[in-house]
Design a protein around this ligand. Structure first.
Ligand SMILES: NC(=O)c1ccc[n+]([C@@H]2O[C@H](COP(=O)([O-])OP(=O)(O)OC[C@H]3O[C@@H](n4cnc5c(N)ncnc54)[C@H](O)[C@@H]3O)[C@@H](O)[C@H]2O)c1
Length: 267
């Protein structure tokens, strides 16, 4: 169903790896709502994933960019503005990877080189994306920038490991850069704190299936799906959310405000 909420808008979407990816669903919804799109992912992910099928579906070019490289990001946004023939209205940062989780390192035995890589990919990349957009003056006034986060930024989820600190950093970058972008360009910057979602990144976390079911039971509305997250992102990219900025917005079926749910105890 389309309400043309993004008609006439240009958006850049990071992080669609395969059909499960949250970014994939966001791209599909943005396309339905009438926006023009540019898709991007790390060159290696483009080889292993299926982003080209999405590109065909939403009629968008794919420009490879490693989000830890200034040069790649500079080229990406130059190519994007050239493709659109104008500035960018919205950007989705949907990027996450933990080296220590991938290497199955315990939280009490983390490798700090891995940790730096994790922060670089999962959080600093968000600052890098915004700084590149800022320097190129590539965002249209009243545009919208959103990154995906997780509640481990605020509460302890032991198996989420160093991704918890990554997300805390990510959310802080949204607030701090949100000030600058808001003041100069009326551009809003937010993070969406999403429910556990069955994706490549999500299922890399130990015990993910059990935790997914637990969160689903705790949340009065159940877990928010990737499709529901895409709807919420469309709202954040649309003119309906113009005055929302520097926020971490929970999109989690109510999970974040629950203490105990009798359903978990089988009561
Ligand atoms: N799946 C969940 O349970 C869940 C919950 C809350 C938040 N999130 C967040 O949602 C976002 C998207 O994850 P997803 O669940 O859709 O998984 P996903 O694996 O489909 O997406 C992660 C993406 O990050 C990209 N990426 C990794 N390194 C990169 C780099 N150097 N440069 C550019 N891109 C790079 C990958 O190629 C991939 O497309 C992440 O920030 C994740 O932390 C996921």
């Amino acid at each position: 169903m389309s309400n043309n909420l993004l008609q006439g808008k240009n958006g850049v979407i990071f992080g669609a790896l395969d059909e499960q990816s949250i970014a994939w669903k966001v791209a599909e919804r943005c396309n339905e709502e009438g926006s023009k799109l540019v898709l991007t992912n790390a060159p290696i992910a483009m080889r292993f994933g299926t982003i080209n099928a999405l590109a065909e579906k939403v009629n968008a070019p794919v420009f490879g960019a490693d989000a830890t490289s200034d040069e790649d990001l500079e080229n990406l946004f130059k190519n994007a503005t050239e493709h659109f023939g104008g500035k960018i209205d919205f950007v989705l940062h949907s990027i996450g990877m933990s080296m220590n989780v991938r290497k199955k390192k315990d939280y009490t035995d983390l490798n700090y080189d891995f940790m730096k890589t994790t922060f670089d990919i999962s959080a600093i990349s968000f600052h890098r994306v915004m700084q590149t957009l800022w320097k190129q003056e590539a965002m249209k006034d009243w545009g919208s920038i959103t990154a995906l986060s997780y509640i481990a930024a605020q509460r302890v989820f032991p198996d989420y490991s160093e991704m918890a600190e990554s997300k805390a950093l990510l959310e802080s970058f949204a607030r701090s850069f949100g000030y600058h972008f808001g003041t100069r360009n009326k551009v809003r910057v937010n993070t969406v704190s999403q429910s556990p979602t069955m994706t490549t990144a999500g299922s890399g976390v130990k015990g993910f299936d059990e935790f997914f079911n637990y969160a689903d039971k705790v949340s009065p509305l159940g877990n928010a799906s990737a499709e529901a997250c895409a709807d919420y992102c469309v709202f954040l990219f649309s003119d309906l959310s113009k005055m929302v900025t520097m926020q971490n917005l929970f999109h989690d079926g109510g999970f974040s405000n629950m203490g105990m749910n009798p359903a978990v105890l089988g009561l």
